[in-house]
Design a protein around this ligand. Structure first.
Ligand code: DGL
Length: 257
């Protein structure tokens, strides 16, 4: 079984790609909606939550554990790998590397949560790939929470994201990186609003490809093709969100950590 988690619905954007690439795998997706959003919390809090979730998913036999949340990856990925050296983890990081190869202006914009920019993972990324390109950042406080609350075709969330993106574009960025899995659901709406001169990079598919390779090695790529949805929040609300975002009717189970 492959375990996947996020603070809420954002990681479903990664799960969607995983299911395309790994149709036979058994997946369990845990949304920590009782404690979402993570983005404005301290890194230590997010680390503690991530550890509790990883422990739970590992106890259910998950390998790999996919941290389908940039904020949790920034705060916790390194610690999780140290704590469970025998378990493969796949995390998210803002796609600065591919963006650097796509830019013509030499400027790329990254949209993410506040906590993601504070983590050492982002500092590492800048040190490794920030050379030669200017990386402009915009934290989008409250946006993940809004995406939890409104359907994806509601313009409110896309307008808010665009409001954060436009100053980066005005400053010369011709590539925008979606550095929060929640924002993936707004990719098309953002593309329409910023116009064809700006390339938008969403790492969901690339991460799913990495998961597929790791799952092959771990022997979890083949199973019965089931997906189990868990939430620390309200399962009825989560079922409605999944129906809107993935066009699927399911019965999520409540979980307490
Ligand atoms: N989806 C998450 C991320 O990728 C978390 C957003 C949040 O909970 O604030 O960063």
């Amino acid at each position: 079984m492959i375990g996947v988690f996020d603070s809420g619905v954002g990681g479903l954007s990664v799960l969607r790609e995983m299911r395309r690439l790994l149709p036979q795998a058994d997946l369990v997706y845990l949304a920590d909606q009782a404690r979402a959003p993570y983005g404005e919390r301290s890194l230590q809090e997010v680390r503690d939550f991530s550890e509790a979730i990883a422990r739970y998913l590992i106890s259910r036999g998950s390998a790999p554990v996919v941290v389908a949340c940039n904020t949790a990856s920034a705060a916790a990925l390194r610690g999780l790998r140290e704590q469970w050296p025998g378990v493969p983890f796949v995390g998210m990081e803002p796609a600065v590397k591919p963006a650097a190869t796509l830019t013509s202006s030499g400027k790329v914009g990254v949209l993410a949560t506040q906590a993601t920019f504070q983590g050492e993972l982002f500092a590492d990324l800048m040190a490794r790939y920030g050379n030669g390109v200017e990386v402009l950042t915009a934290a989008c406080p409250g946006l993940a929470a809004l995406i939890e609350d409104v359907p994806p075709d509601d313009p409110a969330a896309a307008d808010r994201l665009t409001g954060h993106a436009l100053p980066l574009v005005a400053a010369g960025a011709d590539v925008l990186v979606l550095g929060c899995t929640h924002y993936s659901f707004l990719q098309n709406a953002l593309a329409e609003r910023v116009g064809p001169g700006v390339t938008i990079v969403d790492p969901a598919e690339a991460v799913a490809r990495r998961v597929a390779a790791v799952a092959e090695e771990a022997g979890t790529a083949d199973g019965s093709g089931t997906t189990t949805y868990l939430t620390t929040g309200d399962p009825v609300r989560f079922a409605r969100q999944i129906e809107v975002l993935l066009s699927e009717r399911v019965s999520p189970e409540p979980v307490q950590l």
